[in-house]
Design a protein around this ligand. Structure first.
Ligand code: BEZ
Length: 237
């Protein structure tokens, strides 16, 4: 729970409907999450424009925007800065910053202005132990039906790993498409986890009649799904 002016705001949770809001962005007004219905969307916050960690993150995420789009996922950024700060910062990134081989990087996804912190509070992005005046580095994965499927919060000093965000997105889409779960460090092409057998009878049958399954014990079975199967299912043609 978060409180502002004696108002208790519940923190969003996995499985909740994404809190709704209307906002001004660098790409025009948005009505969230309705405008993104039918797509996955990653809503992410950063502490402040014109800061180094955030700049490295924006350049990295913008460079990968097409890869996320192919997996039916749109990106939406947010900070508690104003629109003109956002525009000036993104222009500076495009015109001046060359970093790790990335240059002339144009951020084409919307960046929300949230000077009132209304959206940041709704999404639990203001965490006073870290900062009262800046959003932490939050990441919300919202599915095509507008449901929060995963969230990750990082402190101000820690830049995010965008390969991990992509891995998590693909893993959730694969779990949905094949009714499986994914083990630690899963990547497309690795074996996936078959849902746990509901009873000893099913488990015994499963152990005896493994087909392509590998069972480490009655509660832990995996099966292969090829990388091609995964990618041809989840990526746009
Ligand atoms: C940064 O992005 O570099 C940053 C922003 C706020 C606090 C600390 C670091």
């Amino acid at each position: 729970m978060e409180t502002i002016e004696n108002q208790v705001i519940p923190m969003p949770r996995i499985g909740d409907k994404a809190p709704e809001f209307k906002a001004v962005t660098t790409q025009g007004p948005i009505n969230f999450p309705a405008d993104f219905s039918g797509s996955w969307v990653i809503l992410f916050s950063h502490p402040a424009d014109f800061t180094p960690v955030c700049t490295s993150e924006f350049m990295t995420f913008a460079s990968q925007e097409e890869k996320f789009a192919k997996a039916n996922c749109k990106l939406v950024g947010l900070s508690v800065d104003g629109l003109y700060s956002h525009i000036a910062w993104l222009r500076t990134i495009k015109e001046k910053i060359e970093y790790k081989g990335m240059k002339d990087v144009e951020v084409k996804f919307p960046l929300i202005e949230d000077i009132t912190m209304e959206v940041a509070h709704k999404y639990g992005m203001i965490q006073p132990g870290e900062s009262n005046t800046k959003a932490v580095r939050a990441v919300f994965f919202i599915d095509p039906k507008g449901i929060i499927r995963a969230m990750i919060y990082y402190p101000l000093s820690l830049g995010r790993n965008f390969d991990e965000l992509y891995r998590a997105l693909v893993a959730m889409q694969t779990a949905d498409a094949f009714s499986i779960a994914t083990p630690a460090d899963w990547q497309p092409g690795d074996d996936v986890i078959v849902p746990t057998a509901g009873s000893c009878g099913v488990a015994k049958e499963r152990m005896e009649n493994k087909k392509d399954m590998k069972c480490y014990d009655w509660f832990f079975c995996t099966k292969p799904i090829s990388k091609e199967q995964v990618l041809s299912t989840i990526l746009k043609k």
